[in-house]
Design a protein around this ligand. Structure first.
Ligand SMILES: *Cc1c(COP(=O)(O)O)cnc(C)c1O
Length: 387
C-alpha cells in the first residue's frame, strides 16, 4: 500500500510512511527466490513434491509440533481443522467477535454455529472467562484467535477446554513465531491454523496456509481431506468427501526462503513497537497491551484513539497510511448477525476507536518519529478545538 499523499504540505522533509512495504522485505531475497522457482519450473512438479514436503517439515519444527500440512489458505486451514475434529451440524464453536471474518466464516462453512464472545479491554483478546460463560451442551470447539501478533492465555484456555471436553483450535494467522510462556503459537491447542497471505508475518507470494498438530491421525485426516479425500498413498480411493486445498510448490519454495528471516523480521517489528511506545508516551494514546507472559510478534500496531476517523484523515494528509482491524465486529456483520446472541460491549465500543499504525520490519526510527510527531500535532490541535 502506498501512502495517500506523500507530497502533502509540511511533509516535504520527511519520508512518507506506507502501511506495509513488502518489496523492502523481498528485494534482498529476490535472486534466491527466483533461483528456487527456476528449479521448480525445471522439475515440473507444481503440486506437492520436495519443496512442499521440506517446507512442511521446517514449519512443524519452527512451530514445535510433530506435523504440518500445507493447504491453500488460512480459511481452508480452519475449515479442515474443524472438520477433521468432527465439528459439524448441531455443534457450537466459541470464538471472539473481534477477529478477521474468516474465523467466523470457517465455523459456518464447517456446518457449525458460531458463538461469538467479547474480548479483554486491554489486549482485545478472548479470555477463558469469556469462553466459560459461553459453553453449552452443544459446544464442540473453541477457536482462540491470537490477534495482532499476540497469543491468548492458552494455559487458561486449555484448562477450560479440557474440563469441558471440547477441542482447542488456534487461529494463529497473525501470530507466526509468537510465544506464551516460551511455547510457540501453534503448539498450544489440539490443532492450529496459519495463513501465509502476503501481508502476514510469514507471507507467500500469493495464497497459502498450514495446519499444525501433534496428533498424527488428525494430520493424516486433514492431508486426505485437502486432497479430494484421497486415502493417503492412493490415487483413486476416496473414503471421505474432501476438497482441493493444497499448498503449491512455488509458494512452498518462496516460504522456505522467507522462513529463514522470520525471527529477524519479528525482532525488527518488536523494535518498531517499542519505538511507538516511546513516541506515544506523552500522549493519551497507547498501543494495545501485551501481556507479560507472552512475546508478541506485532503483526499489527493497533492503538485505541478518540475521533478515529478524523485522526486517520489527518495522518493521511501527512503521508501516513493507516488501517482499521476491524471496523465492524463479526457479530454485527450482516452475514453473521443472525448468530448474535447478546451485546458484546468491548467489541462494540472499541470498533470505532481502533487505528492500526504502519508496522513492518524495515520501518525506520525516523519514520516512526514522523508518525509520532504527526499524532502529537493532530491531537494537540484536536485538544485546542475541544477546549
Ligand atoms: C488472514 C486471516 C485468516 C484467513 O487467512 P486467508 O489465508 O486469508 O484465508 C484467518 N484468521 C485470521 C485471524 C486472519 O488474520
Amino acid at each position: 500500500m502506498r501512502a495517500a499523499n506523500p507530497s502533502a504540505p509540511g511533509t516535504s522533509v520527511n519520508p512518507a510512511v506506507p502501511f506495509l512495504d513488502l518489496w523492502a522485505m523481498h528485494r534482498p531475497l529476490a535472486a534466491e527466490i527466483e533461483a528456487t522457482w527456476h528449479e521448480v519450473l525445471e522439475g515440473s512438479g507444481f503440486i506437492g513434491g520436495p519443496q512442499v514436503t521440506a517446507f512442511e517439515a521446517e514449519w512443524a519444527s519452527y512451530c514445535q509440533t510433530a506435523h504440518s500440512v500445507g493447504v491453500a489458505n488460512g480459511t481452508d486451514a480452519l475449515v479442515l481443522a474443524l472438520r477433521a475434529l468432527g465439528v459439524g451440524a448441531g455443534d457450537e464453536v466459541v470464538l471472539p467477535a473481534n477477529t478477521f471474518v474468516a474465523t467466523a466464516e470457517a465455523v459456518v462453512l464447517a456446518g457449525a454455529v458460531p458463538r461469538f464472545v467479547d474480548v479483554d479491554p486491554r489486549t482485545l483478546l478472548m479470555t477463558s472467562e469469556h469462553v466459560e460463560a459461553a459453553l453449552t451442551g452443544r459446544t464442540a470447539a473453541v477457536v482462540a484467535v491470537h490477534l495482532y501478533g499476540q497469543m491468548c492465555d492458552v494455559d487458561a484456555l486449555s484448562r477450560v477446554c479440557r474440563r469441558a471436553g471440547v477441542a482447542l483450535v488456534e487461529d494463529a494467522a497473525q501470530a507466526h513465531g509468537a510465544t506464551w510462556r516460551g511455547r510457540r503459537a501453534g503448539s498450544a491447542g489440539d490443532v492450529a491454523c496459519f495463513s501465509f497471505y502476503p501481508g502476514k508475518n510469514l507471507g507467500a507470494l500469493g495464497d497459502g496456509g498450514a495446519v499444525v498438530t501433534d496428533d498424527a491421525r488428525l494430520a493424516e485426516a486433514i492431508r486426505s481431506m485437502a486432497d479430494h479425500g484421497r486415502r493417503v498413498d492412493t490415487k483413486y480411493v476416496h473414503d471421505v468427501v474432501g476438497t482441493n486445498s493444497r499448498l503449491d510448490a512455488l509458494q512452498a519454495a518462496a516460504l522456505r526462503v522467507k522462513l529463514r528471516h522470520l525471527d529477524g523480521w519479528n525482532a525488527a517489528r518488536r523494535a518498531v513497537a517499542q519505538w511507538y511506545g516511546e513516541e506515544l508516551r506523552h500522549l493519551d494514546v497507547e498501543l494495545v497491551a501485551v501481556a507479560p507472559e507472552g512475546e508478541s510478534v506485532h503483526h499489527l500496531a493497533v492503538a485505541l484513539v478518540p475521533e478515529r476517523d478524523r485522526l486517520r484523515a489527518a495522518l493521511a494528509e501527512r503521508g501516513i497510511a493507516t488501517g482499521i482491524h476491524y471496523p465492524v465486529p463479526c457479530h454485527q456483520q450482516v452475514a453473521y448477525a443472525t448468530f448474535a446472541r447478546e451485546p458484546l460491549p468491548v467489541c462494540e465500543a472499541t470498533a470505532g476507536e481502533l487505528l492500526s499504525l504502519p508496522m513492518f520490519p524495515t520501518l525506520t526510527r525516523e519514520q516512526v518519529a514522523h508518525v509520532g510527531a504527526a499524532l502529537r500535532a493532530v491531537l494537540a490541535t484536536e485538544g485546542r478545538r475541544a477546549g
